[in-house]
Design a protein around this ligand. Sequence first.
Ligand code: SAH
Length: 391
Amino acid sequence: MIRIVLKPGKEQSVRRFHPWIFSGAIKGMDGLPANGEIVEVYSSAAEKLGTGHYAEGSISVRLFAFGTEAIDEKFWYSKIAAAFELRRKSGLTDNPDNTIYRLINAEGDGLPGLIIDIYGETAVLQTHDRGMHSLRFIFTEALKEIYGAKLKAVFDKSSEKLLKMGVETKNSYLFGKQESRICKENGLMFEIDWETGQKTGFFIDQRDNRKLLGVYSKGKKVLNTFCYTGGFSAYALYAGASLVHSLDSSRRALELTGDMVRLNNFDDQRHNCIKADAVEYLKNLDIDYDIIVLDPPAFAKHLSARHKAVQGYRKINEAALRQIKKGGIIFTFSCSQAVDKNLFNSTVLAAAIAARRKVRVLHQLHHPCDHPISIFHPEGEYLKGLVLEVE
Ligand code: SAH
């Protein structure tokens, strides 16, 4: 294995279990690793600090092991088994009413570059780098051993992510074949399209926040913008909202939302799909919605796009704040990693000032427990939300 030696002092963050080695921290290497190759990282005093995947770019190594741990099949198995145990502890692995959860949350589970989501009897794996992708069959074997007969298929959904790195792959089944796509989240049914859908097919990270929307929705008129599969709409309908409008600019998203309404036998007199640009629609509302959900896609995927993203968040929040009726509630989110909690909060504050509305924060939201964050890697925190009451 190629050894990478850090500059003096640069071992500090590794000792604090931060998993990234930036290129500027490297003093030297005893070879030139290929992208995705496993490398060992040493301090300038020749102490082994950990093992990780090498990649060209500003983050040169992503560590999956700290100290001197041996990396073999047992190592990978134990990582997946530990992640399973964590989900078991929080009651996610054996709940017939909730068959959707995240099993591996990259750095949060000590496996940078790897996501595994569970949809009923199918596991959907998404790797974000070459190194993790080369291990996909080892992960599949570990999943088969841990889940036994409960696992019928493993689907690899890495191609879009890897293409950005210049690696061409095809999304395909690594084990089994297509099984039922109908899964449950808190008792509500969704048909998950992991083959062509966004992310691994569903936005699992909003599970707890969608449930909270249900608490506020009885008898209310709800506008769910950026609805995708209609996750928030499902909870509002179930809770007895008097009217739910699901808005998205994508026709496919609205088809999926329509499927969700039929699948759950919701009375579709109360539900309507709106194909529109959310920003345009919010400029002038004809309906006095009681609740507006704003869950846009990541406006900033990189730091360089942060400024533009902030303007985007400010614009939609200001429009919703201007338009919502007196006493209305806004569920507003950002899933951009580059926009942290403080920046998001001050952006919403700026929107409230511009809209000249008096606003109180009722809840501060984030991702659920199956999306754990290493306390040493705050960069892993990406989903932030606020529930606002607007006087
Ligand atoms: N709230 C969803 C996830 C949202 S994903 C859930 O709970 O599952 C973001 C969605 O925003 C996508 O479906 C995308 O099609 C939609 N979108 C992107 N830009 C948009 C725009 N300008 N107006 C309306 N919808 C948009």
